[in-house]
Design a protein around this ligand. Structure first.
Ligand code: 3UK
Length: 516
C-alpha cells in the first residue's frame, strides 16, 4: 500500500468508522471500567466533536489528552481527529514543567485531563494563554468546579460531519525526549495511521477481525496508539485497555487473564518482569494469546528463549520510532531470529552508512537510515534538529546496526548518549542536571548499565562535595531526590560514589570510559 492509494481528502476517523456498517454492535474497547461497541464509540466521538466545535476549536488546532488509557481517551482522540484538529497525546508520567513546555509549544487550545492528573496542570494554567477549554474526566470529576466530560457534551448532537482533511494534514502530535532537554514534537499525518496499520499490523502481524489486542504500552506512545488502537480497529478487531500502571506486572497478567486478548504488546522489561513472577503460567491464563510483540528497546535472545520455553509463544521484536509512527524493521511470525530486529518489510527500506554517508561493508556496524511513507516530515519548531534527522527521503534513526549474512538486522547501540529504559527514553543529561542540583553533589555522570536480563538501567557516578557522608544512605537519598524531581522511571537504579570522573584534556566527561 502507498499513501497515494488513499483518497486525497482522507480523515483517519475512518479507522473507527469503517467498522460501523458491518460491526456497529461489536465490542470495540474492553476495560475494567467500561466496555463500548464501535457504534457507541462513534456516537460519543460525534458528541465530543460537536462540543469541541462549540468551544471554538478549529481545524489544525491542538487538543491535548492527559489521561490513563480509557474509553474517554479514545473518544476524545477520534473526536479531535474527526473535526480536523490535532490530538496531542501526553505521557502521564511527566512533570508540570514538561507539560508547560509542550502545551505552550503546540499552543494547545483544549485539554482533556483525568482528575488524577489535574494537579499537575493547575500550577501552570496562567502560563497557557491559548488554553481556554479544560475538561475533566474520571469518577470524582463531578465534585470539582471544572467542566466534566458529561457536562461538556450535554446536549451535543451525535451527528457530526467529518472535516475535509487532506491525507497529508496533521492529525496527531507526540512528544519524544531529546538529549539535552526540550522534548521534540512529532506531528503525524492522517495517512500515517492506515499506512502503518496495513504495512505492519496487517501484512506482518497478520491482524484480522478475530483478534483482540492488549498493550502494556500505553496509548500515549505511538507504540501503544498504533498497536493497541489503530491497527486492531483497522482490521475490525477489539482492543483491551488498562488504566492502571503497566509497571505492575500483576495488572498486566490479570488483564490478559480476564479479557483474553490474542495479541500482547510489551517492552522487553515487561517480559523479563513476567518471567520473574513465580508460577505466573499457573496463576494466570495466557492461553488465548497467539503472539507477543516487543519494541522500545532490543529484546535479548535469552529473554526470547525463556519466554518461548515458559509460554510456548513467539515474541515478534521490531524496531519502531515515534518519527516513523511505528515499526519499520521487524521479525515476523514464521521468520524470527531471536535477539535481532528482523528484516525490512515492504513499505520501508533501510541503509547502514558510515559518518560520511557511505554504505558500510556487509556485516559492519553503521548508522541506520530508514525510508518509508509513514515518517514525519520534521519536528515541530526545531529547525536544526529537523534538518539533522529528516534528510530528504531518509530518516536518521540515531541507532547503530549491523546486518548478518542472512539479512537480519542487529541493534548495536545508539549514536547519541540517550538510553532506552523499559522502552522509554531517558536522557543522561537530564538525570545529571537533576543530580547536580542536589546540595551534596559536586559532579556526576549517568550511563546505562545492563541488569541481569541484559536490559539497560541508568547508573550514576557521583562525586560528592567535601564533608558529605559517602554511605548507602546518601545514595538512597539521591535516588529519592531524583524521583521527586523527575518521572520516577528516569531515576538512577544504582549510584556509585567516586572521587573523580574520567575527563578529556578539555574537561569533557568521558562517558565511554564509564560505560566499559
Ligand atoms: C529504540 C529499539 C532496538 C531505538 C516505538 C515501536 O520505541 C519507539 O519509539 P521511540 O520514539 O524510540 C525509538 C527508538 O527506540 N528502539 C525501539 N524499538 C527497538 N531498539 N530494538 C527495538 N525493537 O533506539 C529507536 O530509535 O520512543 C517502538 C513502535 C512505535 C514506537 N514509537
Amino acid at each position: 500500500m502507498k499513501a497515494t492509494d488513499l483518497p486525497l481528502y482522507y480523515n483517519a476517523v475512518d479507522i473507527l468508522e469503517r467498522n460501523l456498517e458491518r460491526r456497529s454492535d461489536k465490542t470495540a474497547l474492553l476495560s475494567a471500567e467500561r466496555e463500548a461497541t464501535f457504534g457507541e464509540v462513534a456516537s460519543e466521538v460525534n458528541r465530543i466533536g460537536n462540543a469541541l466545535l462549540g468551544a471554538g476549536i478549529r481545524m489544525g488546532e491542538c487538543v491535548a489528552i492527559l489521561a490513563p488509557d480509557s474509553v474517554e481517551w479514545v473518544t476524545t482522540y477520534f473526536a479531535t481527529i474527526k473535526i480536523g484538529a490535532v490530538a496531542l497525546s501526553l505521557n502521564t508520567m511527566l512533570t508540570t514543567d514538561e507539560y508547560a513546555y509542550m502545551l505552550v509549544d503546540c499552543r494547545a487550545r483544549a485539554l482533556i485531563v483525568h482528575e488524577s492528573l489535574k494537579a499537575k496542570i493547575d500550577p501552570i494554567r496562567s502560563k497557557l494563554p491559548f488554553l481556554d477549554t479544560i475538561v475533566v474526566t474520571g469518577e470524582a470529576a463531578s465534585a470539582s468546579s471544572e467542566t466534566t466530560l458529561p457536562a461538556f457534551i450535554a446536549g451535543a448532537s451525535d451527528q457530526l460531519a467529518t472535516a475535509p482533511t487532506h491525507r497529508d494534514d496533521i492529525c496527531c502530535l507526540n512528544y519524544s525526549s531529546g538529549t539535552t532537554g526540550e522534548p521534540k514534537g512529532i506531528p503525524h499525518a492522517h495517512k500515517d495511521l492506515p499506512l502503518t496499520a496495513q504495512l505492519w499490523g496487517k501484512n506482518i502481524l497478520g491482524l484480522t477481525h478475530k483478534d483482540r489486542t492488549f498493550g502494556a504500552a500505553k496509548l500515549f506512545f505511538t507504540f501503544g496508539t498504533g498497536g493497541n488502537l489503530i491497527f486492531p480497529w483497522y482490521a475490525g478487531a477489539s482492543a483491551v485497555l488498562l488504566a492502571g500502571s503497566p509497571r505492575s506486572i500483576q495488572n498486566v497478567l490479570e488483564t490478559v487473564d480476564r479479557f483474553k486478548p490474542t495479541v500482547l504488546y510489551n517492552a522487553p522489561t515487561g517480559y523479563a518482569m513476567t518471567l520473574a513472577t513465580e508460577n505466573f503460567q499457573d496463576q494466570y491464563d495466557l492461553s488465548t494469546l497467539r503472539v507477543c510483540v516487543s519494541a522500545g528497546e532490543a529484546l535479548p535472545a535469552p529473554l526470547w528463549e525463556r519466554w518461548k520455553a515458559a509460554t510456548g509463544l513467539d515474541i515478534i521484536d521490531g524496531i519502531g520510532s515515534t518519527e516513523n509512527y511505528h515499526i519499520f524493521l521487524s521479525n515476523r511470525p514464521g521468520d524470527i531470529r531471536p535477539g535481532s530486529s528482523g528484516k525490512p518489510f515492504p513499505g520501508y527500506d533501510v541503509r547502514l552508512v558510515d559518518p560520511e554517508g557511505n554504505e558500510v561493508p556487509q556485516g559492519e556496524v553503521g548508522n541506520l537510515l530508514v525510508r518509508g511513507e509513514s515518517a514525519a516530515l520534521s519536528y515541530l519548531h526545531l529547525y536544526e534538529k529537523s534538518r539533522a534527522t529528516f534528510q530528504g527521503e531518509w530518516l536518521v534513526t540515531g541507532d547503530k546496526y549491523y546486518c548478518d549474512d542472512d539479512g537480519y538486522y542487529w541493534h548495536a547501540g545508539r549514536s547519541d548518549d540517550m538510553l532506552k529504559v523499559g522502552g522509554i527514553w531517558v536522557s543522561p543529561v537530564e538525570v545529571e542536571s537533576t543530580l547536580i542540583s542536589h546540595e551534596c553533589v559536586l559532579e556526576c555522570a549517568v550511563v546505562g548499565e545492563r541488569d541481569a536480563a541484559n536490559l539497560v538501567k541508568p547508573l550514576a557516578y557521583v562525586v560528592l562535595k567535601d564533608g558529605t557522608e559517602s554511605g548507602e544512605a546518601t545514595c538512597e537519598q539521591l535516588i529519592s531526590y531524583c524521583v521527586e524531581k523527575m518521572a520516577a522511571y528516569k531515576r538512577p537504579r544504582r549510584i556509585e560514589i567516586v572521587s573523580e570522573l574520567p575527563k578529556t584534556a578539555t574537561g569533557k566527561i568521558q562517558r565511554f570510559k564509564l560505560r566499559s
